[in-house]
Design a binder for this molecule. Structure first.
Ligand code: 6PG
Length: 235
C-alpha cells in the first residue's frame, strides 16, 4: 500500500500537489530544455491548477496535455481541454503549448490514433502527471466495466492513447472517451494522485488491495508507477 500524504486542509493540499508537479516540470526544463505535463479533468484539479498557473516556471518550454478527454470539442462543457485551458493555462502559464487528445475524426479510435502520434512527437515520457479518481475507482478513462480496460492496463504495450467506447452502466463512461494507457504512467517522472474526502480514501484503500488485471489503482501499484497520493478530508 503506498503511503498517503495527509494534508490538514484544502489550501495545504492544493499547494502540496501543485508544488510537486511544478518541481518535476522545473527539473525537466533544467535537464532537457522542455517539459510535458498531463492533467486530469473532473472537479478535483481546479484549485491545483490555479496554484500551478501562478508558479514561476519557464512556461514557453512546457507542453500541456491531458490524461484523458471526452470525445467532444472545446465548445462542450464536458471538454477537459477547455477546463485545463481555463484553469491552468492563464497568465504566464498561457505561454505553454496545448497538445489536445480530441481531434475531430470519423471515429473515436481514429481520433485517439491521431492523439497518440501527436503525443509521441512531444517526447518519450510525461514529466509530471496529475490524476484524479472517480468513486468507482477509475483513473484516466480506465473504467471497471469498459471493454478497453484490459488493453489500457496492459503493462507490456508501448505508451499510447486509446479510444474508449461509451457504455450503458454506471461502471463505464457515458460518453466516448480518449485515454492514455498504463505504460505512459509507468514511464512518467512524477505521478500525483489528488484525493479529497473520506469516501475516496476508502475507495483508494480498497482498490489498492485489488486485482491489478482489472482494477486500475492496483495495476499502477503492481507496475511500480511512481505514485504519490495526496489527500485531505475537506478541500
Ligand atoms: O473525468 C475526468 O475527466 C477524469 O477522467 C476522471 O478520471 C476524474 O479524475 C475522476 O472522475 C474524478 O473526478 P472528480 O474530480 O470530479 O471527482
Amino acid at each position: 500500500m503506498p503511503e498517503i500524504d495527509i494534508l490538514p486542509d484544502g489550501d495545504a493540499w492544493a499547494e502540496a500537489c501543485a508544488a510537486r508537479l511544478i518541481a518535476a516540470l522545473s527539473d525537466a526544463v533544467a535537464e532537457t530544455g522542455k517539459a510535458i505535463f498531463a492533467g486530469s479533468g473532473g472537479s478535483t484539479p481546479s484549485p491545483i491548477y490555479a496554484r500551478m498557473a501562478a508558479a514561476d516556471l519557464d512556461w514557453p518550454k512546457v507542453a500541456v496535455t491531458l490524461i484523458d478527454e471526452r470525445y467532444v470539442d472545446e465548445s462542450s462543457p464536458d471538454s477537459n481541454g477547455a477546463l485545463i485551458k481555463r484553469t491552468l493555462m492563464k497568465g504566464p502559464a498561457s505561454a505553454a503549448r496545448f497538445v489536445p487528445l480530441f481531434h475531430p475524426s470519423v471515429t473515436v479510435d481514429r481520433a485517439a490514433a491521431v492523439a497518440a502520434h501527436a503525443l509521441a512527437a512531444e517526447g518519450p515520457r510525461l514529466d509530471a502527471v496529475l490524476l484524479g479518481m472517480g468513486e468507482d475507482g477509475h483513473i484516466c478513462s480506465m473504467f471497471p466495466e469498459s471493454p478497453t480496460l484490459k488493453t489500457l492496463l496492459s503493462p507490456t504495450l508501448p505508451p499510447t492513447v486509446l479510444g474508449v467506447p461509451a457504455g450503458r452502466d454506471d461502471m463505464a463512461p457515458s460518453m466516448e472517451r480518449i485515454s492514455i494507457n498504463l505504460p505512459y504512467l509507468m514511464g512518467a517522472g512524477r505521478v500525483v494522485l489528488a484525493l479529497t474526502g473520506k469516501q475516496k480514501r476508502a475507495v483508494f484503500e480498497r482498490e489498492a488491495a485489488g486485482d491489478p488485471a482489472i482494477q486500475p489503482i492496483a495495476a499502477l501499484i503492481a507496475s511500480n508507477v511512481p505514485l504519490e497520493v495526496v489527500w485531505t478530508e475537506k478541500a
